[in-house]
Design a protein around this ligand. Structure first.
Ligand SMILES: Cc1cc2nc3c(=O)[nH]c(=O)nc-3n(C[C@H](O)[C@H](O)[C@H](O)COP(=O)(O)O)c2cc1C
Length: 231
């Protein structure tokens, strides 16, 4: 495969919802996770944990949650389009062009790897510790740069990917399925630089992905509770 430049990669990154059976290697996943973790975050708190899901039964359970919400979401978009909302109309037109708008949701379990990106409230250190309490918008701003890096890294490796959020009304069920604690606490932290993350310049100071990713539930971080505020 030809290498893609950074600028070209940013320009050509697209949501990919069609997948082949080609396997995704552990090495490719490790590269994606390393690059995702180069992202900036408020106070460099790095409040992310990546759960790599390959287990077919877990993928099916997540598909079921996703599909249920997608069907409701689809009805909402169709209603908005019927009411004359231009962006909803454009979305419906795209669905119609793609032929089978439900196919992605129905086949979500056939995607070989799902990566669940968790926001660790304790590591972030602001907002309430209560998972029922909504987080301030700036909290979410500390996770989506890592998600974008993950998508760009997949693209750079020639892998298709799409960011999805429709499972989120079933967040509690997905957490329970994977055994993730409500604050999605990662392993004990370690501030070491990851190597090779930038082109000839100093690599960003980030926790290594061995600490920020797991195939199952993250271990307890042992961090103090929230409320410390960002430095
Ligand atoms: C916050 C956010 C949530 C999204 N949630 C979903 C989702 O649940 N399912 C999905 O298929 N795509 C989802 N997407 C992907 C968008 O639909 C996609 O990025 C957008 O339509 C642009 O597509 P394009 O890159 O192919 O032009 C989400 C994107 C963002 C930024």
């Amino acid at each position: 495969m030809n290498e893609i430049t950074l600028l070209e990669g940013i320009r050509t990154l697209r949501a990919v919802r069609e997948f082949t059976d080609e396997p995704v290697s552990d090495e490719q996943i490790a590269t994606m996770l390393d690059l995702a973790a180069c992202a900036p975050s408020g106070g460099n708190r790095q409040p992310w944990h990546f759960v790599v899901i390959r287990d077919p039964a877990t993928r099916r359970a997540i598909r079921d949650h996703y599909l249920e919400v997608f069907r409701r979401y689809r009805q909402d978009v169709l209603r908005q389009a019927a009411e004359g909302h231009p962006a909803a109309q454009a979305q419906v037109a795209r669905w119609e062009r793609s032929g089978s708008p439900d196919a992605f949701a129905e086949n979500l379990d056939r995607i070989p790897v799902l990566i669940l990106v968790c926001l660790d409230r304790q590591r972030l250190g602001f907002g309430s510790a209560d998972p029922a309490e909504p987080l301030p918008p700036t909290a979410w701003a500390s996770i989506y740069p890592a998600v974008q890096n993950l998508l760009l890294a997949a693209h750079g490796l020639g892998l298709g990917a799409v960011l999805t959020t429709l499972h989120m009304p079933h967040e509690r069920e997905v957490q329970a399925l994977l055994g993730i604690p409500p604050t999605s606490i990662p392993p004990r932290w370690c501030r070491s630089a990851i190597r090779g993350g930038s082109t000839g310049r100093r690599a960003a100071s980030r926790r290594p992905s061995a600490r920020t990713a797991s195939a199952g539930a993250p271990a307890d971080s042992g961090l103090p509770g929230v409320g410390a505020g960002l430095p």
